[in-house]
Design a protein around this ligand. Structure first.
Ligand SMILES: [Ca+2]
Ligand SMILES: [Ca+2]
Length: 318
């Protein structure tokens, strides 16, 4: 009798165990299914977001192409700057900014196509660093990073011998920068320097003639870097003109600057960075496209997904 009861008890416990195990397995399967559903939804969402971003890029390219037909100068009063903003497409919210990259100093100006120093650009970069209250000698280490030789600039440069001592070791690439974030690998560039400098510099994929600074879009600091003795009042005056039609007489700008800088300034631009953030339906997608208008039509020279390494900053407030 007692044996029977204990056997029944064991059978009951086994049955309960099986039921609870089945429950656990069922829940695990349900969880896996939910994950799969979420993953597919995210995949579809990110594919949609990417297509949407590419569509907006095409629209931005059209705005830039139309702008080239209707104006000889580029400033912050124009549709390429004012036209993008917040847009809603279905469940997706798109935030877009377009920045003129010629409003920044092009680090790749530091070297000629032959890999030799461009001293006019080195001096300009040195002045930009000074205006930003950063170490001026960084200009020479940035030059060493890109110039063809492996000979450090006297006393302040840095070539392989500086970088191969690091852990992990690396070498100076001795070619123009592919991305402005390469600056972070140059000796002496810490996070604080990067934060201060990155809104004012770019690295454009061009060799040949140096890329001019567009005084109609340049930051106040870049405007001040154009002359050996910064003139903050003049920089501020030019900056204010950027929002009200821009400067229209290049000769007037050139005559206010040292003669060697005449070829380093312009009133128009060919290089623009489009930054897009697409949000919605559980998806977050970022795209940065570099748009090149120098060849008569507008082309994306590169596209990068994810948050850009430079600060997410619009060049002008308001
Ligand atoms: Ca224009
Ligand atoms: Ca070098």
């Amino acid at each position: 009798m007692s044996i029977d009861r204990s056997q029944r008890g064991l059978a009951l416990i086994s049955a309960l165990l099986i039921v609870s195990l089945a429950g656990v397995l069922g829940a695990a399967r349900m969880f896996a299914l939910q994950l799969e559903t979420q993953a597919s939804r995210a995949l579809i969402g990110s594919a949609q977001a990417r297509l949407l971003a590419l569509g907006i890029e095409e629209l931005a390219a059209e705005i830039l192409a139309e702008d080239a037909l209707s104006s000889d100068t580029d400033h912050y009063g124009e549709p390429w700057f004012r036209g993008l903003g917040d847009m809603n497409v279905g469940p997706m919210r798109i935030q877009g900014t377009m920045e003129d990259m010629q409003g920044r100093f092009n680090l790749n100006n530091l070297v000629t196509p032959q890999g030799t120093p461009d001293m006019i650009a080195v001096d300009q970069f040195r002045r930009l660093l000074r205006v930003l209250q950063l170490d001026e000698t960084l200009a020479y280490r940035a030059l060493d990073w890109m110039d063809a030789d492996n000979l450090p600039q006297p006393s302040v440069g840095a070539e392989d011998e500086a970088y191969t001592r690091l852990a992990p070791p690396y070498q100076a690439p001795n070619r123009p920068m592919e991305d402005v974030s390469e600056l972070l690998a140059v000796e002496g560039v810490d996070a604080e320097t990067w934060r201060a400098l990155s809104p004012h510099v770019t690295a454009l994929p061009v060799t040949g003639t140096p890329i001019a600074v567009n005084v109609n879009t340049a930051t106040v600091e870049v405007l001040q870097s154009l002359a050996e003795y910064p003139d903050p009042a003049r920089a501020q005056r030019w900056r204010e003109r950027q929002l009200s039609g821009g400067m229209t007489d290049l000769g007037e700008v050139q005559s206010a600057l040292p003669s060697q800088m005449a070829g380093r300034v312009s009133l128009s631009s060919n290089w623009f960075a489009l930054r897009l953030a697409v949000n919605g339906d559980g998806t977050r997608f970022y795209l940065t496209s570099l748009l090149d208008r120098s060849r008569g039509q507008v082309q994306a020279r590169w596209r990068r997904q994810g948050l850009p390494p430079e600060a997410w900053l619009a060049p002008v407030e308001g």
